[in-house]
Design a binder for this molecule. Structure first.
Ligand code: SAM
Length: 326
């Protein structure tokens, strides 16, 4: 079982908003094969790291569309990609001379939307490329008030879109023990799910991430050396986050719509961070290839180089798969 280890290293929790380092950036851009003047969708625009590289290659005749569920991420992307993209591409001297205008910048449209809505929001056969870089950003992990991190104390929220849906607090305190155990097992692939669920139900109400971590740590002591490698709360936090944000359902909806919104020759690139996501991407692209919708560009997933893993620990669990619409 592979887990999103992004939280396991202290480096992550401690980074600020500007600290998000795009994962597999060169590989993603190479597989997208961005063409000048094309139309590309970044389905997880986040802080704009991948998007800015796409935008640079599109030039003024191009169109970049960016989706994100998180309004805070979108506000940062708006600043970086729409209001003053000069900070991304121009040197200090050039910026002051030209008041920050970037001469060859594409039209950028940002939408506060889930990528599950791609089929309704994007015209059929209109995209030359679609990128999804799944999971959470450093902005979300690094802000204790969002409740994603087990390394900092905060309210149990975990919603990528704080304007809708159930919080992790509601899930932890209102599901019955069996449902809770199923969520922890299914989305965290946690073998100690029943024991953890029992302890959580007994400890209710659980209102903060620290309380949650303490209950899990007491209930689920590591059984062997491989379990000792990861924090005991890793899998339960992953499970709650996936459940709260309906991450796997959204991913399935995105992959279902992708062949319809891509032009022939258009590229699909997906970066995933745990085995549940990767399996869904692998199955969808393989099935698409069998039905003649895709030519697979990656028979095996592309992973980060040792150099990238050393400089950005989050890339350790990243897997990139790419396909071309036929
Ligand atoms: C790993 S970050 C992307 C980082 C981005 N590639 C960058 O370089 O800055 C993932 C982003 O996807 C967003 N996200 C996750 N699920 C989503 C969904 N179903 N629809 C839209 N955005 C989603 C999260 O809010 C987060 O901002």
């Amino acid at each position: 079982m592979e887990t999103d280890f992004g939280q396991d290293t202290p480096e992550w929790g401690g980074r600020g908003q500007a600290g998000h380092v795009p994962v597999l950036l060169k590989e993603a851009i190479d597989f997208l094969a961005v063409t000048r003047g094309g139309t590309y969708l970044d389905a997880t625009v986040g802080l704009g790291g991948h998007s800015s590289e796409i935008a640079k290659r599109l030039g003024a005749p191009g169109h970049l569309i960016g989706f994100d569920k998180d309004p805070k991420a979108l506000a940062i992307a708006q600043e970086a990609l729409v209001i003053s993209p000069s900070s991304l591409v121009l040197s200090e001297g050039q910026r002051t001379k030209d008041e920050g205008r970037v001469p060859d910048w594409p039209t950028v449209t940002l939408m506060h939307a889930s990528f599950a809505e791609v089929g309704e929001r994007v015209a059929p056969a209109s995209l030359d490329g679609l990128l999804a870089d799944l999971g959470v950003s450093s902005l979300q992990l690094g802000d204790p008030a969002r409740g994603f991190s087990f390394q900092a104390d905060g309210p149990l929220d975990m919603r990528m879109n704080p304007m809708s849906g159930r919080t992790a607090e509601q899930v932890v305190n209102h599901l019955d023990e069996r449902e809770l155990a199923d969520v922890i097992y299914e989305f965290g692939e946690e073998r100690r799910s029943r024991r953890i669920a029992r302890a959580l139900v007994r400890a209710r109400p659980i209102l903060t991430t620290k309380q949650l971590v303490d209950v899990i740590s007491a209930a689920a002591r590591p059984m062997n050396n491989s379990e000792r490698r990861i924090h005991p709360a890793t899998r339960t936090f992953q499970a709650l986050r996936i459940f709260v944000n309906r991450e796997l359902d959204d991913l399935k909806a995105l992959l279902e719509a992708a062949p319809r919104v891509l032009k022939p020759g258009g590229r699909l690139v997906v970066i995933s961070f745990h085995s549940l996501e990767d399996r869904i991407v692998k199955d969808a692209t393989r099935d698409g290839a069998k039905q003649g919708q895709y030519r697979l560009l990656t028979k095996k997933p592309v992973t980060a180089t040792e150099e990238e893993i050393e400089s950005n620990s989050r890339s350790r669990s990243a897997k990139l798969r790419a396909a071309e619409r036929t």
